[in-house]
Structure formats: structure tokens, C-alpha cells
Design a protein. Structure first.
Length: 321
């Protein structure tokens, strides 16, 4: 971290050190309550395509009409070492209300990693039974690891199952999680086997087409759909969307929810299929799970207010406020 004339610069190491999942979960939950309550404001993300399938994204927002405001600026760049995967590198820039003075620049990749998993954990906390203990994660990359740690912060996990297209990578991830969390983690290369009897399922892959089927998803499970963040991609099939009580971050972002758009196009759901925004559930203004046997789905694509709220928490922390 550096301080240049009142401008705080918080690098990736400082973000990771300060912004723990235990700290970030209530921060993003409050951001989602505020978004659904109309307190915070944001514009849809703007994406500029670049060469070689890369992209530059801008996500602006304001935490309140008279509060801090800013944007996340991020490059989504392909990873040659991992075909189909990408790095999300950039900055979250925070401006002071009233003066408009930029007061904080924080590493966006680190914030994104933490707040994404924290948001899933916050959703899991309001949509699953307090004693839910069996977690299945589809994917074995950075977000898979982050989600295991974040979910463990809100539920008493006794078992973690990791699925990957490569059983070797899944086994390596399972070994790391067992060592890190002290919770038995087991690798799988078959999705139905990995999710059998799971109470919480997180999809954290780069899949463009569904890997999770409704017919294989256990009754009563809660699913966090995380990996696909564009309207053309989907990790879960339309059958799962139709079966589930479906929660989103923002109704305004429906065009970006790939699973929802595919199910809508297939005619298996209507435009009113969204049960509620997750912020409404967190605020108690809309019901969450309505029966132990129903499947609930939280669709995550990430929003600027989550990044800005996380950056503001960091700024106040390092400033001693």
C-alpha cells in the first residue's frame, strides 16, 4: 500500500491480507441490500472487445446519491497456460463525495476474487439450512478454492467434493483444501457423482454450455451459478432453471444471465420466473427458500457496487477511519 498526497493505493497483497471472507461477506450483503433498495446506483457494465478474444470492461457505480462513487476498470485477458480461462486484471477507483477527489485505487483482481466468493457465501447463508454441511464445487480453479473457503465461513462443512474435467487437477485442489480447511475434500471427474446428496453446489467453471443438469440436482439443494457472466454462456441447463426458485443480483441485468436467457428462449420459463433479487431476500422484503425440498439458485455475475463497497471498506481500514 502507498499513499500519494492522500490517494491510497492498495495492492493485491494488501487486499488479500486485509479483506478476509469474514469481513467481506457482510460488506457485499449490505451492498446488495442497498442496490435492491434503490440506495446505490450503477450502470450496466460496458465491454470493449480487444484482439485475441480479450476485452476491456468498465463498471461504474455510486454507493449513494451523496456517497462515495467510482468504477472498476478491468482487462479480461486469456491465459495461454490455461485455455478457456482468463485473468481479470485492473483497478477499482474510489472517489470522495462532495469534492470528487479520487481517494483510493485498489487491485481489482484481488477484490474480484474475494467479493465474488463472499457474495455466494452471503446468498448461501440466506438460502440454505443452518446445518447444511455437504458442499460440491464444479471447477478447480481460483474461484473454486475461494468459494470453498467462503462457504466454510457461513456453514459447518463436513465434506467438500471437487469436480474437474481433469481428475488430476481436481485431486490437487482437494488436497489443498483439506490442508487449508481441515475438511475432507474428495475429487471427482463425474458431475452427477460429485453432486449426489450435496446440499450446496457452486459452479465456478469457464464452461460455455451446461455442465449441471436439473435432473441430477438433488432436491433441496442450493446452487450458486458463478462461472458464466455473459448472456450467451450457461453452466446449468434450462431444466434446472425451470425447476428452481431463481434469484438474481439485479433484474436490470437479466440480459447478462445466460442460464435465464437460454431457458426463456426455450420456452420453459416466462419473464416473471425470477423469484426475487438476492438483496430483497437479505433485507427481508422477499421470501427466500419456501420449502426444504425446493432447489434454489443464486445467479452471480458481479456488480460494481460490490467492488466499490469492498474498496471503501479497505480504504477506511487502511486510513484508520
Amino acid at each position: 500500500m502507498a499513499d500519494d498526497g492522500g490517494l491510497r493505493v492498495i495492492d493485491a497483497a494488501a487486499v488479500a491480507r486485509q479483506l478476509t471472507y469474514e469481513a467481506c461477506i457482510p460488506v457485499v450483503a449490505e451492498a446488495m441490500r442497498a442496490l435492491s433498495g434503490g440506495v446505490t446506483r450503477q450502470l450496466p457494465r460496458t465491454i470493449i472487445p480487444l484482439a485475441d478474444g480479450n476485452a476491456f470492461g468498465l463498471m461504474p457505480g455510486a454507493l449513494a446519491a451523496d456517497g462515495y462513487f467510482g468504477a472498476k476498470l478491468i482487462g479480461v485477458m486469456g491465459d495461454p497456460a490455461r485455455p478457456g480461462r482468463s485473468h481479470h486484471r485492473g483497478l477499482v477507483v474510489l472517489f470522495e463525495p462532495g469534492t470528487g477527489r479520487p481517494v483510493c485505487i485498489a487491485d481489482a483482481e484481488a477484490i474480484t476474487r474475494i467479493r465474488t466468493a463472499a457474495a455466494s457465501a452471503a446468498a448461501t447463508d440466506v438460502l440454505t439450512a443452518p446445518d447444511a454441511s455437504r458442499l460440491a464445487i464444479l471447477g478447480c480453479g481460483v474461484q473454486a478454492m475461494a468459494h470453498a473457503v467462503a462457504i466454510a465461513a457461513v456453514r459447518p462443512l463436513a465434506e467438500i467434493r471437487i469436480w474437474g474435467r481433469s481428475l488430476e487437477r481436481a485431486a490437487a485442489a482437494a488436497e489443498q483444501l483439506t490442508a487449508k480447511l481441515g475438511i475432507a475434500a474428495k475429487p471427482f471427474d463425474d458431475v452427477p457423482a460429485a453432486i449426489a446428496d450435496a446440499e450446496i453446489i457452486c459452479t465456478t467453471t469457464a464452461a460455455r454450455d451446461p455442465i449441471l443438469a436439473g435432473e441430477a440436482t438433488p432436491a433441496g439443494a442450493h446452487v450458486n451459478l458463478v462461472g458464466s457472466s455473459a448472456g450467451h454462456a450457461a453452466e446449468a441447463d434450462s431444466d434446472l432453471v425451470a425447476r428452481a426458485r431463481f434469484f438474481v443480483e439485479s433484474r436490470e441485468s437479466l440480459p447478462a444471465y445466460g442460464e435465464f436467457q437460454r431457458a426463456l428462449a426455450a420456452g420453459v420459463i416466462g419473464g416473471d420466473h425470477v423469484a426475487a433479487e438476492i438483496g430483497e431476500v437479505m433485507a427481508g422484503t422477499a421470501p427466500g427458500r419456501t420449502s426444504p425440498s425446493e432447489i434454489t439458485v443464486y445467479k452471480s455475475i458481479g456488480h460494481a457496487v460490490q467492488d466499490l463497497a469492498s474498496a471503501l471498506w479497505l480504504y477506511r481500514r487502511v486510513s484508520g477511519d
